[in-house]
Design a protein around this ligand. Structure first.
Ligand code: FUB
Length: 448
């Protein structure tokens, strides 16, 4: 390969792979939903649905609208790379090309091949009448390129495929259509190898969908969103084998506090921690069919039961002190004098800001890595019409003051820099405290 073609390939990779630094939601430059997280090698790959807004001639108004899939990956759960589009509705031979119904997918590795399962509306309305079926696309690498099989998998009517390979190498495919169904998969991963079985003993009242099965210490956990009340919450049932019988075991996450009707989960262990991936509608609070994926830590009790996960904005992973720290993705904040809102209410992809308007109001942002090489200053992107002052502390709300930043009176956003008064190395929790009643807005904080 000559220099010119290597350069061309490198430029293409730069073009298709974009990096974002995120807390919750994980991806902030597009809508993402139904995250299926997988550990492949030393990275976490997330295969979500890709919500877009329906427009004239594109999808159904006020409904889910999805035309393709992207895959994202991260080595630290903080920095996410978008590897670009992997499957598109008009490039899959069996999919109705204008159905905008590329719903919740999943992916698994077997013998060095990556099998990406996705539901959609088939072109063939004679055999399928209406509704969804499931197909598979195959790649040599998790980020693709994926080649879709020409036909969907025979014998499936439904959505939300989830694939699991047991310790004996038998693969299983789960999916939903009101209830949850399972069948064995052949070694080729593209055909069913058993009768379809309905998973019994799950709640009979209320929609169940989005199955995701994993195994830990011999317990098989079948997790699923269920409408027990008005909208979905995440529940689970357990069994001692992948086909059941399962026994309902509890709730993993309550209904979305922002009223997002759907939720959809996956659970992985990565570097000795367990994580729940799910979605809310952070970037689209008024329309819950434009969703955003999130992750939070998940913990087990000694008896193997799952502790309820409370959704956070801070999410998971470590933030480098030298990156722009979005304090609006906070861990805790004072009861009064502080709020978060979009930077630009007409474009949520611009992100959020924090507004302080009372002396001693504070924001706590956990797990910031200051490293061991002395940092000397801090910059804040801020806005204050009357001018204000901010203190940054570590070691608790009454702990060491590491910087004091005066935000000058201004009619536009400015970057203000101040020297560090003290350097605390390693991982620290940050406390940002307003020193005056004057209103100060902060976009980000960054140390140098
Ligand atoms: O994303 C479309 C559908 O909404 C999914 O397939 C369901 O699981 C629900 O999240």
């Amino acid at each position: 390969m000559n220099f010119k073609s290597i350069f061309k390939i490198e430029m293409m990779l730069i073009f298709i792979s974009t990096i974002s630094f995120a807390q919750n939601p994980l991806i902030q430059d597009q809508y993402t939903a139904d995250p299926s997280a997988r550990v492949f090698g030393d990275r976490v790959y997330v295969f979500p649905s890709h919500d877009i807004l329906a427009t004239e001639g594109k999808g159904r108004k006020d409904w889910f609208c999805m035309e393709d899939y992207h895959v994202f990956s991260s080595a630290n759960l903080t920095d996410w790379t978008d590897h670009g589009m992997i499957v598109q509705q008009n490039k899959v031979p069996w999919v109705k090309p204008d159905s905008y119904s590329m719903w919740a997918p999943d992916c698994i590795e077997r013998n060095g091949k990556y099998y990406f399962y996705f539901p959609s509306t088939p072109k063939d309305t004679i055999n399928y009448k209406k509704g969804f079926t499931v197909g598979v696309a195959i790649a040599d690498k998790p980020e693709g390129p994926y080649i879709p099989e020409p036909n969907p998998i025979k014998g499936i009517r439904g959505i939300d495929p989830n694939v699991f390979i047991d310790k004996d190498n038998q693969a299983y495919l789960y999916w939903s259509s009101g209830n949850v169904f399972v069948a064995k998969l052949k070694e080729n991963m593209t055909e069913l190898d058993s009768e379809v079985k309905t998973i019994e003993n799950l709640p009979t009242k209320g929609l169940k969908e989005g199955p995701y099965l994993f195994e830990r210490n011999g317990i098989y956990y079948l997790t699923y969103p269920h409408v027990e009340n008005k909208i979905e919450r995440l529940e689970y049932a357990t069994a001692d084998n992948p086909l059941g019988p399962f026994k309902v075991a509890g709730v993993i996450m309550d209904e979305s506090p922002t009223g997002c009707w759907t939720n959809h989960q996956s659970i992985i262990e990565f570097k000795k921690e367990w994580y729940l991936f799910y979605h809310h509608n952070d970037l689209s609070p008024q329309f819950d069919k434009a969703r955003s994926i999130r992750a939070d830590y998940l913990h087990f009790n000694p008896d193997g039961s799952i502790q309820k996960v409370i959704p956070t904005l801070r999410g998971v992973g470590i933030t480098m002190a030298t990156d722009q720290i979005q304090i609006d993705r906070y861990s805790k904040m004072s009861d009064k004098g502080i709020s978060n809102s979009f930077l630009d209410s007409s474009n949520s992809f611009m992100g959020w800001k924090t507004t302080f308007n009372q002396a001693n109001s504070w924001m706590q942002y956990n797990t910031v890595d200051f490293g061991y090489k002395k940092l000397k200053s801090v910059s804040i992107k801020a806005f204050s019409e009357k001018g204000g002052a901010i203190q940054i502390r570590t070691k608790g709300i009454d702990g060491s003051v590491i910087a004091e930043v005066t935000v000058p009176k201004n009619s536009k956003w400015v970057e203000v820099k101040s020297p560090l008064l003290k350097f605390d190395s390693g991982i620290q929790n940050l406390f940002v405290v307003s020193k005056e009643d004057n209103q100060v807005e902060i976009d980000w904080i960054k140390f140098q």
